[in-house]
Design a protein around this ligand. Structure first.
Ligand code: GRF
Length: 207
């Protein structure tokens, strides 16, 4: 099966991007990375991607008058790269409804909580404040409902006594690095079927 052409959008450290890039280097992985876009010129992930020789671009929101103009610039990079799937990986901007609709069922995000719990900013601190004993991470399709799109895959991570938000975030991040490549592979391989706002995972075809 032809590999799906994947674009990754980042704003910072880029460790999930690195996990996706590493997975996509495997010959049998169903996606290849054709574009990396950073919304931050000084993002560590952008420097890493460039040093790796990956097709990485910065689109600085400061250079655009509106959200739509910025999103249009992102979309042009994706079109030039002939991207088929978009993975948000620590991308700290809300995309316009037009962009979200255009990439419906083809755009994924990872969030460090077991959604629908703890949407939005600082979900690890939210989890500690709520006193939950288990948190985790979620990969979901992106919809106009922030962190509310159909769930593709999740991993549970224990909350430990005495955890700080940083300690919990680090534990969850390790799980993210395994979860995201797996969830993306399900979508790229056509095994994540979206219907009525829910995702069904189809069994792998027998080889
Ligand atoms: C991750 O925790 C991700 O779930 C959240 O932002 C963080 C990004 O980290 N959306 P990194 O840039 O991938 O290292």
């Amino acid at each position: 099966m032809a590999k799906k052409r994947l674009a990754i959008l980042i704003s910072g450290r880029g460790s999930n991007m690195m996990a996706l890039v590493a997975a996509a280097r495997a010959p049998d992985y169903p996606a290849e990375v054709v574009a990396i876009v950073s919304s931050q010129p000084d993002a560590a992930g952008l420097a890493w991607a460039r040093a790796e020789g990956l097709p990485a671009t910065c689109i600085d929101p400061e250079a655009y008058a509106s959200r739509q103009a910025f999103d249009g610039a992102v979309d042009r990079v994706l079109a030039e790269a002939d991207a088929e799937l978009v993975a948000l990986a620590g991308f700290m901007r809300i995309l316009s409804p037009q962009f979200v609709r255009k990439w419906h069922a083809r755009q994924l995000n990872i969030h460090p909580s077991l959604l629908p719990a703890f949407k939005g900013l600082n979900p690890q601190a939210q989890a500690l404040a709520a006193g939950v004993k288990i948190s985790g991470c979620t990969v979901h399709f992106v919809t106009e409902d922030l962190d509310g799109g159909p769930i593709i895959a999740q991993t549970a991570v224990p909350v430990c006594e005495g955890d700080t938000a940083q300690a919990l975030a680090a534990r969850i991040l390790r799980a993210e690095h395994a979860l995201y490549p797996g969830a993306l592979a399900l979508v790229a391989a056509g095994r994540a079927r979206l219907s009525d706002g829910r995702v069904t995972i189809l069994a792998a075809a027998a080889t």
